[in-house]
Design a protein around this ligand. Structure first.
Ligand code: PMP
Length: 412
């Protein structure tokens, strides 16, 4: 006898978009953060920023200062496009990567995650094609799936997205009578691959996309976190008409502020503002004001330097531990910034099947399969490690445990 579970209250009324096999999927992101409360597990899974260097005092002072002003403006509804002063300051931040933008080009969003959602909403009808890197940011794949976009993933190597592979993917699409709506790319310190698009490839990627009349969506939350303090020219700085740029303060100041932004050509920006109006009315005026006062009155560049210092020590600890503890046949990327190392395990190891072994050794990672479009079957020999959050000692211990888990798996 088969038993079917009765629908839970409300469930029968869900839209097709939210229901069953073809609907919005539970995100893996909460699972990644779930292990953080377990002190027995070393989590190298979630990519939470390390907030040891958080300018807590400065943020507290600016918050208190705003409340003391009475809150008549900052606790009122604000503009859907975002606080004008903050948009000016965002232009100053972007100028460090060579972008010459006007505050009017900028739309403030609730993290760049919301920007990704808006961008996909305004460009993609169900069944439209999006190109992205292989592997790609989980949160972007989730958004593309929720709007039912088809995803084609283009290989990366140690120097980022491979231009010839991009050209081939576009030619394949053209032969199939399809024009991708955009290329979604994370050029700097890629999540999850840890690689950076080589400067000499940047113009080529832009030229290829322009030749095929495909927009570029440049997602750049880690660009300011080069461990040697460098900045790379943003794609947006090289082609303002064909690039929609996504930025965020989550990794450079704090993710709890939930402030990101989009910089886009006027026709796109107008649609993004309408999307913001219908979704949130306006981004939170209060946190925008706190952030704006912080940027105006504190040395935020020096503060980002302290973040970089802490990430450099962690990255070095992870690379040293990988060399010491991973079995022969393993390979990994050597990130020059950001939060992530991408590991290829020895032949014969399946990173989905390795999970219970890692669990037994009390270490968490994200299996590579999570970073490929569903059903592709890819990523089973890869995994992502994050060095952003644990202490260097915990990172070394976590990698040691991962090495043991792989060796156990190989001898099982
Ligand atoms: N894009 C990428 C590549 C990310 O790694 C993240 C956060 N993990 C985001 C966007 C979203 O960041 P937020 O919404 O906090 O700005």
């Amino acid at each position: 006898m088969t038993t079917t579970t009765p629908p839970r209250p409300g469930e029968r009324h869900l839209a097709r978009m939210a229901r069953g096999a073809e609907g919005i999927k539970p995100s893996e992101i909460p699972t990644l953060f779930a292990v953080r409360g377990r002190t027995d597990v070393v989590s190298l899974a979630g990519g939470m920023p390390n907030l040891e260097g958080l300018p807590q005092r400065a943020i507290a002072d600016e918050t208190a200062g705003l409340v003391a002003l009475g809150g008549k403006v900052v606790l009122q509804y604000g503009s859907a496009q975002g606080l004008p002063k903050l948009r000016e300051q965002i232009c100053e931040v972007m100028s460090l990567e060579g972008i010459a933008a006007d505050p009017d080009d900028v739309v403030v969003t609730v993290g760049s995650q919301m920007a990704l959602d808006f961008v996909t909403r305004i460009f993609c009808d169900p069944g439209d094609l999006v190109l992205t890197e292989a592997p790609s940011y989980i949160g972007a794949l989730g958004v593309f799936a929720s709007y039912r976009a088809d995803v084609v993933q283009v290989p990366v190597d140690d120097r980022g997205l491979v231009p010839d592979a991009l050209r081939a993917a576009l030619e394949d699409a053209e032969r199939a009578g399809r024009r991708p709506k955009f290329l979604y790319t994370v050029p700097n310190f890629h999540n999850p691959a840890g690689v950076t698009l080589a400067v000499e490839r940047r113009a080529e990627v832009l030229e290829i996309c322009a030749a095929h009349d495909v927009l570029v969506v440049e997602d750049n939350p880690y660009g300011m976190l080069a461990l040697d303090g460098r900045t790379f020219p943003a794609l947006r700085s090289m082609d303002a008409e064909n690039v929609v740029y996504l930025g965020s303060f989550s990794k450079t100041i704090a993710p709890g502020l939930r402030i990101g932004w989009v910089t886009a050509p006027a026709a796109v920006r107008e649609k993004l503002v309408q999307a913001a109006e219908s979704t949130t009315l306006c981004p939170p005026a209060f946190t925008q004001a706190v952030l704006s006062r912080y940027l105006a009155r504190h040395d935020w560049r020096a503060q980002i330097d302290t973040y970089r210092d802490s990430y450099r020590v962690r990255r070095d600890a992870m690379l040293a531990a990988l060399a010491e503890h991973l079995p022969e046949g393993s390979r990994w990327t050597r990130p020059e910034g950001g939060f992530f190392v991408w590991v290829t395990v020895p032949d014969g190891v399946d990173t989905d099947a390795l999970m219970p072994y890692a669990d037994r050794h009390k270490v968490a990672y994200v299996p590579g399969s999570a970073f490929y479009a569903e059903g592709s079957g890819r990523g089973r020999s890869e995994l992502r490690l994050s060095f952003s959050y644990p202490t260097p000692e915990r990172i070394a211990e976590g990698v040691r445990r991962l090495g043991l888990a792989i060796t156990d798996y190989q001898s099982a």
